[in-house]
Structure formats: C-alpha cells, structure tokens
Write a new protein. Structure first.
Length: 613
C-alpha cells in the first residue's frame, strides 16, 4: 500500500473554458482545455476529451482515479443567484425564468452530473472558485510562502480575494463580493468597445496604447469608487448584469456620449480612448490592492490568478511598482486553471501533503497537453491522407533550418512536443517570424491570423539576453507581463495620424514587429530547461543575424482555439499564407503542397467555421 499511486482529477466546466487536470502523487502530469479538442473557442461543455487525454497521459482508467474535484461550489453560487434575483425584482424576472430550469434540473446536482458524465459513482469534492484560483497560483509557484491575490469577474460570491500561502496551507484573509468586481468593470468596457466578453478583453488591452485616457476621471467619479485597499464599489445605475444578460445599460452609453460599438464596426478614436482610460484605471486599482496586501501580509513574494491576472499590462505595472520582490502568475489564470487549482488544493490542503519546491516552478514550462511526436506513424497517416509533402530532419538540422528560414523573413509554424496549458503559445504551438522585419506585424495579422491590424505580437527572447532589448531584470517564461523596449533601441514616430493603419505601419524600434505603440512588449523569455528546442533555434538565429529575439504568436487564426494535433496544424497552414510549418520533425513548405485535399472551396469552408468577432 505504501507504493500506491494517489490520483487526483480536477475539473472545471459549464461556464467557459472547461478543462481537466490530473495529479499523480501530487505531480502535475497533464492539463488541457476542452476547446483544444472540440475546436470550439471557450468550450463550456463537460470536458470529456480533456479528461480522456489526462487519463491516457497518466496511463490509467477513470475507475483508478482516487479523488475528483470540481473547481467551484454550485450550492453557494445558486445562493448568490437567488439573492440577486430577489434584490433586483421585478427587473430580473426574465433572467430568473431563463436560468431556473437549468439550475433546478442540472447545476444544483453537480456531483450526480459529473458521475453521469464520467460513468462512475464517486464522491465529488467541491472547491470554492477563488480557492481554486489561489491554489493554482501558490502551489506550483517557486515560493515556500507568499501573498496570494485572485481577481476575476465572479466566482460564487467572491470577485477578488487576498490571502497567504505557507507550505501546504492557504488562508484567505479578505474578499470582495459581487456585484462589486474589477473583472466585471473591465468586461463592461470590453462589451462597450464592441468585443465579446470573456474573449475580447485582450483586444481592449491591445487597443489601449492607441488612445488617450480622457475618460479616466469619468470612470473614477461616476462608475467606480476605489477604496484604499483596492476594493471597488460599482455604481449599479450604469450596469445591467445583476438583472439581465446585458452588461451595461443606456445610462452607461449616455455617460460616454456614444452607443456601444457594434462587433466588426469601425474602430474610432472614441474606442481607443475608452480602452486607454479603463486600462489606466485598472492599473491603479490593482496596484492599490497589491500595495495593500504587501503592507498587510509583510510578504516579499506575490502569487496571482483569476482572469484579471491575464491582463499583461497591469501585471507588468504592479511588478514595477507594488513593492514585492518577486511575482509569480499562473499561466492558466482563467477558469480553465481552476481545474488544476482544485486538484492541487485537494492534494495539499485536504490530503495534507507537503508542497514541493522547484527552483523555477512546478509547471514544467506549462507544456502539459497532448504531444506531437517525431516519426509518429499515426501523424504520418493523417498527413498522407491530406496529401501533404514533407522532409524529415534530425533535431540539429531542424534547428538550423528554422533559424535560417526566420533569418530570411519567412513565417514558420511550429507544432511539436506537448501542447501548452493556458492561453499563451510558448513555442510548441507557435507561429514564428523575424522581429526585425517592418512588414511582419501586418503580414501576420492580415495574411495569417485574419485579425484586427492593431493587435500586437509578442517577442520570444533568450533569457540571458532579455535586458539587451527590454527594460526588465526578471524572467518572463509564460508571456504574462509587458515591459518596455530599451530606450536606446526606440525610434521616434508620428502619433498624430488619423487611422489605425497609418499609425501601426510605422517603425518604432530596431525590432519593429514586437514593439507596440507605447514601446511596450509582452515578452517571453526562453531558457534551456523549459524549452531546449526553441532555445537552440534562437541561439542559431542569433549566430546568423546578431539578434536573439523573434516574433512568437499562437498557432491559430482568429476565432479558432490554438491548434492541438498534426491535422489541425496542417489545415491551418494550408488555409493561411504561412510559408513553412514544422510538425514533429517534419518540415513542410507551402509550394510543395499539391492542395488536392484542400482546394479553395475547402479553405473558405474551413475559415467560415470561425466567428470573426
């Protein structure tokens, strides 16, 4: 019995970003979001595929799982819904009538639902939503003790919390409660700017540098009271989310003098200024919270999770100004990460197992998903069926070839090794390009990603060279914060242009493809331990060009989840103007593909699958 493996399965589902994770004796063996398998962006259905993958990676059947943990408490969430229906009556009657059938027949009986979905009978442990976030942040971190902050839209009642992690224990000290929420405030502006809530917040963040924060005072004076501890009180006169499916009301639109932008409508200076204003206010709020927590806990280290922790601008801001020595952010900070946090909480706090420290962290570079292997017969068969043509390289030659192609300004997709956990592509499901090419941002946005031209791209840089290009003194392996391009590399440019396209197509540094309007960049540092393959690629690229920084963007098109399989990679490659793709140890060149399995009609059909929102 002493040698028996203890298996803990964590699940998040039924809101957005359903996911599963699995621990074997506390080791994170696998984690993945359902959307990567179903190809439905933000898939909220039960994560059958993700669970199946996790079990396969662990080499077990579902009957061998010892403990199953769900990432939130449905009973407490139901209490919040009933309370708010009562408080907002009769305005919320329509929402009440729409929500109750699902709650009374399904959501309240989550244990039975999960048993039925998995085809087993086990006791399901419910972990509170923000406890799941806190556990996902602290337990994998490299810290023996740390302050913890979680911030999102809403869990059961909590919208943000802070606490302390020590060893295997997590203590939540204070929380902010619904309807007062930093996440919901930011989401309201996401909707107002014409982007989808839970999917478009990063677009709003990317738009902010194009504007001026001219509405910041209106936000502070009319919409939100910011307390000294960083908690907020939202003026519900301007919001509708407590009683309807809408986030804002007409008073909100009247306050800013414009109707909400329609999705796909033109982006004007108004939306740019709105984005700049809410980003500035969000930075101020989260900084106040972090400084308060630093003072109250006396901790030197800080861990963060929750959807707001994916706001890379805010994370970079508080790292510089909060007073903490070190900050660690969960790479899958959103609701998907709750599946991992729930499992970790059960292993450490409920089962009483010690936290194991790792010099970096316990996330294994966040490469926790399914693998595309070298010389896989299954993948060979898939590619043959698609009439693909490729050459096989050993690793040393493949490294040299990729570096050479990048040095010649070709765009190269990379799909090899284990898929990343979280919303960032970190080199195993990535599209790469030259950071020095002034046309690279436009090419990637318009010809590869099919997305808005204003969207910035992230630099991937050797860890030891990061300070050469960027104003940073700490690593950023998971691409979770922005820093600024070194002043000596910046070039002046004209900001008083009239359109986004006129502004964006100007060179702002000697690495223009990764330099945003305000000279910021969402940096990923590459080290030999977490990703030895990409480390060698950039080393070789440096030998060829003198630069150790390249463009890294996720391997997908707009509206599609990041690719998972070899087939996903090939179909995306053929539907775009990508020049080359690496699938395992295979290199495919676009001009060598006959396209018989992927004619123009198939290409257009494939692209129509995606919601261009």
């Amino acid at each position: 019995m002493k040698n028996k493996r203890i298996i803990v399965l964590g699940i998040s589902a039924y809101y957005h970003d359903s996911a599963a994770s699995i621990l074997v004796n506390g080791d994170i063996v696998a984690a993945a979001s359902e959307e990567r398998f179903s190809r439905i962006k933000g898939d909220s259905s039960f994560p059958h595929h993700a669970v199946g993958y996790c079990l396969e990676e662990a080499g077990i059947d579902i009957e061998e799982v010892d403990h199953i943990v769900f990432y939130e408490d449905s009973i407490v969430k139901f209490d919040r819904l009933i309370t708010m229906f009562h408080v907002t009556a009769p305005k919320g009657l329509g929402l009440f009538e729409a929500a109750m059938p699902k709650w009374m027949t399904k959501n309240l009986w989550m244990g039975k639902i999960i048993d039925d979905e998995l085809g087993i009978k086990k006791t399901i442990f419910n972990c509170e939503h923000h406890i799941s976030h806190a556990a996902s942040a602290f337990y994998p971190s490299p810290f023996e003790e740390a302050a913890i902050i979680t911030i999102d839209g809403v869990g059961e009642w909590a919208t943000s919390t802070y606490g302390i992690g020590r060893g295997n224990n997590i203590q939540i000290i204070e929380e902010s409660r619904y309807p007062n929420s930093i996440g919901l405030l930011y989401s309201a502006f996401t909707f107002y700017a014409g982007f989808r809530i839970n999917f478009g917040e990063y677009k709003l963040m990317g738009l902010a540098p194009y504007g001026n924060p001219v509405y910041s005072d209106i936000i502070r004076n009319k919409l939100v009271h910011i307390c000294e501890d960083g908690s907020v009180i939202l003026n519900q006169r301007y919001f509708a989310y407590t009683y309807s499916l809408h986030t804002i009301n007409k008073k909100f639109e009247e306050l800013f003098g414009h109707l909400a932008r329609k999705p796909e409508g033109p982006i004007t200076q108004h939306e740019m200024d709105i984005a700049a204003s809410i980003q500035q206010v969000t930075n101020e709020i989260v900084l106040k919270m972090a400084q308060y927590v630093r003072k109250k806990t006396g901790m030197k280290n800080l861990c963060l999770a929750g959807g707001v922790a994916l706001n890379v601008v805010t994370m970079g801001y508080i790292e510089k100004k909060s007073g903490f020595d070190s900050i660690w952010i969960q790479p899958a900070s959103g609701d998907a990460g709750g599946a991992l946090g729930a499992a970790l909480y059960y292993w450490h706090k409920i089962l009483g197992n010690a936290k194991k420290l790792n010099a970096n962290d316990s996330m294994k570079g966040s490469f926790l998903g399914p693998s595309i292997k070298d010389e896989s017969k299954e993948d060979d068969e898939v590619l043959k069926r698609l009439n693909a043509a490729w050459e096989v390289y050993d690793e040393e030659d493949l490294v040299k070839k990729i570096a050479c192609l990048l040095s010649e300004n070709y765009i190269v997709g990379v799909a090899r090794g284990r898929m990343e956990w979280g919303p960032r592509a970190l080199g195993n499901r990535s599209i790469l390009g030259a950071a020095t090419d002034p046309q690279m941002q436009a090419r990637l946005n318009l010809k590869i990603k099919f997305r808005e031209s204003f969207r910035p791209f992230a630099p991937m840089v050797l860890k030891e060279d990061a300070e050469t290009y960027f104003d940073m003194d700490k690593e950023s392996p998971y691409m979770l914060k922005t820093v600024y391009v070194q002043e000596k590399r910046r070039l002046s440019y004209e900001r008083s242009r009239r359109t986004i396209s006129e502004i964006i197509n100007q060179v702002r540094s000697d690495i223009p493809a990764v330099t945003h309007l305000d000279y910021s960049a969402r940096v990923q540092t590459i080290d030999e331990e977490r990703n030895p393959f990409m480390y060698k690629v950039i080393q070789q690229y440096k030998a060829l060009t003198g630069y150790s920084v390249i463009v890294n963007t996720s391997f997908n098109v707009r509206g599609e989840p990041i690719i998972n399989t070899a087939e996903d990679a090939y179909r995306c490659f053929m539907a775009t103007d990508m020049d080359y793709v690496v699938i395992g140890n295979r290199l495919l060149e676009k001009k060598n593909q006959d396209g018989r399995a992927f004619d123009e009609e198939s290409r257009q059909q494939w692209l129509r699958r995606f919601s261009l929102d």
